[in-house]
Design a binder for this molecule. Structure first.
Ligand SMILES: Nc1ncnc2c1ncn2[C@@H]1O[C@H](COP(=O)(O)OP(=O)(O)OP(=O)(O)O)[C@@H](O)[C@H]1O
Ligand SMILES: [Mg+2]
Length: 348
């Protein structure tokens, strides 16, 4: 069999030769010649069809690629750009992607994150402003009195003593504030270790009661203390628990007017000992209530201070595996429940 071009080089020919044998002798050759033009045409047609299909596949996949890149890559790029803007401090960046799929979810989560960052940033700025203010007030007074004493009549002992008294008190206030700030950053960064021991909360509450009675008298507030008998022991850091109760009580005394009522009580509930602080003071607006335990959050009242008291208390209660809840109604009053796990049964 052999294939060659025809004489005019127009198309291919196939030749098949077969020897005709008779008794071992080749008597002749059978030769078959056929033009391959039809076969060639068919091959060409098939090749063209394949080329066409290949081309179509490339075009369609290209279009799918472009579609995918538009619908997935583009929004992701938008998210990346927005994230970079936020990282560079432009916290009010928002994404506008309205979709019902994962990318839509990603963009709404992103927007939520941006909102939270914005809120925290605002709270932090307000915090810095209020701390600066809190620090400046006693400093101004200390400086003022030092100058008055220096320029005044050094013989007037009474005035000097008054001045020194204020300087001392204001310095104490500054120390307390700075200690609070340090304490807070230690608590938040988890650097606080509790000195736990078995304690009878009755003793703590009696001690705190004594501490607050003069203030109640000064502010003309009715202060009630009720403690259930035979409360179970707690395994807790006594000083830290005092700090929590004092913070919460301090709020009640701060936000309750003359002739108001503040009540501190403690009782057992299931496996917990509950310490309840209740007042009939100014109450907390509904929209503020979910945030009062956030760090740096403080109300609009000018009695609000650094906004750390409740967040410190919450950290401490959490460290004791307890929980703290606050209920309040504007104009009616506030109740705070501090629940701590009782330790009976596990006592040695
Ligand atoms: N008993 C309460 N009555 C009314 N408002 C309250 C009461 N307790 C807390 N709040 C509101 O919650 C805010 C946060 O309380 P928190 O104790 O954390 O901060 P603060 O009292 O303002 O400052 P700090 O405790 O650091 O001196 C307060 O500013 C106040 O607006
Ligand atoms: Mg407070």
């Amino acid at each position: 069999v052999y294939i060659t071009n025809d004489r005019n080089n127009m198309y291919k020919m196939m030749y098949v030769s077969y020897p005709l044998k008779s008794m071992g002798q080749i008597e002749g050759v059978l030769r078959f010649a056929v033009s391959l033009s039809d076969v060639d045409n068919t091959i060409k047609r098939v090749t063209n069809i394949f080329l066409l299909i290949g081309g179509l596949v490339i075009i369609i996949s290209g279009m799918i690629g472009i579609f995918l890149s538009n619908s997935i890559v583009k929004p992701i790029k938008k998210v990346t750009v927005a994230a970079k803007k936020i990282a560079s401090g432009r916290f009010n960046e928002k994404l506008d992607i309205q979709r019902n799929d994962e990318i839509g979810e990603l963009s709404s989560t992103f927007n939520f994150m941006a909102e939270q960052i914005l809120k925290n940033d605002r709270l932090k700025n307000e915090f810095i402003a209020s701390v600066s203010h809190e620090l400046r007030t006693p400093l101004t007074s200390i400086k003022g009195w030092a100058a008055t004493i220096k320029a005044g009549n050094l013989e007037d002992k009474a005035e000097i003593l008054d001045g020194l008294d204020i300087i001392e008190k204001e310095s104490d206030r500054l120390t307390l504030l700075v200690e609070d700030l340090l304490d807070f950053s230690k608590l938040i960064s988890g650097k606080v270790t509790l000195a736990k021991d078995y304690i009878d909360i009755t003793n703590n509450i009696r001690y705190i009661e004594k501490h607050f009675i003069p203030r109640a008298n000064r502010q003309k507030i009715h202060f009630n203390v009720k403690i259930e008998k035979n409360l179970p022991l707690l395994y807790a850091d006594s000083n830290r628990i005092n700090q929590v109760i004092i913070n919460v009580l301090d709020n009640s005394f701060k936000f309750t007017d003359e002739n108001g009522l503040v009540e501190l009580s403690s009782y057992r509930k299931g496996n917990n000992v509950v310490i309840k602080v209740e007042d009939n003071g100014i109450g907390i607006p509904k929209e503020d209530l979910p945030f009062v335990m956030d760090k740096f959050f403080k109300g609009k009242s000018n009695l609000s201070k650094t906004g750390l008291g409740l967040s410190i208390s919450k950290e401490i209660v959490n460290l004791h595996n307890g929980h703290i809840e606050i209920f309040s109604e504007l104009g009616k009053g506030t109740q705070v429940y501090i629940s701590l796990p009782a330790e009976d049964g596990e006592m040695i």
